[in-house]
Design a protein around this ligand. Structure first.
Ligand code: BMX
Length: 290
């Protein structure tokens, strides 16, 4: 069973990924930008297109199941954006059903993207062998997933782990890639988040200020998480989160809090593939359920 190939799909606010995954191995991947502004139908069309190109290349045996990691609150295969500015028009969109129809009835199992990444890292990456971990993605938004006693804790209604929404989304509004770019624009720098972090690393004061604000807000939220669940490790991922300069800013911000409130932070070992690997493992397990 563990050797089966999974068609793993990842819907992020900025990019879509389709991959063939076996265990922790990503055998082949196809990436395409997320046409987020055009709504869920267009996003699914782009994703299905990417997946078809991938399958046509035939780099692995035909997949047995589809595992989907999607931004938003994912319940019973339906997706609702909690940050509607990042994925406009998603309000209970029947994602799993649409994908099953597009792939001739192949069963599709969906979960939140950061929860999927948390699970991937816990099974095969930086969370492996740890009793508990919190995965945090700093990317288009700020997302999270919690693994407790080796079990992905999605909560009663799929909401658990959404750290970007702590303080009524206060964290995401300061620490996400979107926020970094928006705040830079307000200071007269029309650049993306990657460029903000690079400018901070080069010592440009305006950028140092923005990255320090983001890291400080993130660490403050992680201290709150410590009070509530006290995870063994924080696994940091996402396009911004995986940037070493951002990681260093987070370490630095942690030095400013009492030792008893710190949690070790490590980069995601699976990198950008964490969500794909986690969604694949998740889907395979669902498939074997009666
Ligand atoms: C937002 C929210 C989360 C998601 C997180 C990271 C939406 C559309 N997204 O907080 O569900 O996990 O962003 O998303 O409500 P990403 O697109 O940055 O990977």
């Amino acid at each position: 069973m563990a050797r089966a190939t999974v068609l793993a799909l990842d819907i992020g606010g900025s990019k879509l990924a389709a991959a063939l995954v076996r265990g922790a191995k990503v055998l082949d991947t196809e990436l395409t930008p997320t046409p987020a502004r055009s709504g869920p139908e267009a996003v699914v069309e782009a994703l299905v297109g990417a997946a078809r190109r991938l399958l046509e290349r035939g780099q692995a045996p035909a997949p047995a199941v589809i595992g989907v990691a999607s931004a938003g609150l994912v319940v019973d295969g339906r997706v609702r954006a909690l940050s509607p500015d990042l994925l406009p028009g998603w309000d209970g969109f029947p994602l799993a059903e649409r994908l099953e129809a597009a792939f001739f009835g192949l069963p599709a199992h969906a979960l939140n993207d950061a929860q999927a990444a948390a699970y991937g890292e816990a099974r095969h990456g930086a969370g492996r062998g740890r009793g508990s971990s919190l995965f945090v993605t700093v990317s288009t938004g700020v997302g999270g997933g919690l693994v407790l006693a080796d079990t992905l804790w999605r909560g009663a209604g799929g909401m658990a782990g959404h750290v970007g929404h702590l303080g009524r989304r206060a964290l995401e509004r300061v620490a996400s890639g979107t926020a970094l770019a928006e705040r830079a624009a307000r200071l007269g720098h029309a650049v993306d988040a990657r460029a903000v972090v690079a400018a901070a690393e080069a010592g440009e004061e305006w950028a140092v200020g923005l990255v320090t604000d983001a890291a400080t807000a993130l660490v403050s939220a992680l201290v709150d998480v410590k009070y509530l669940v006290d995870p063994e490790v924080i696994v940091l991922g996402g396009g911004v989160g995986l940037n070493p300069a951002f990681g260093r800013a987070v370490q630095l911000a942690f030095e400013g809090v009492a030792e008893s409130l710190r949690t070790p932070v490590v980069p995601a070992a699976l990198g950008a593939a964490a969500g794909l690997v986690g969604a694949a493992a998740w889907a395979l397990e669902r498939r074997s359920m009666p």
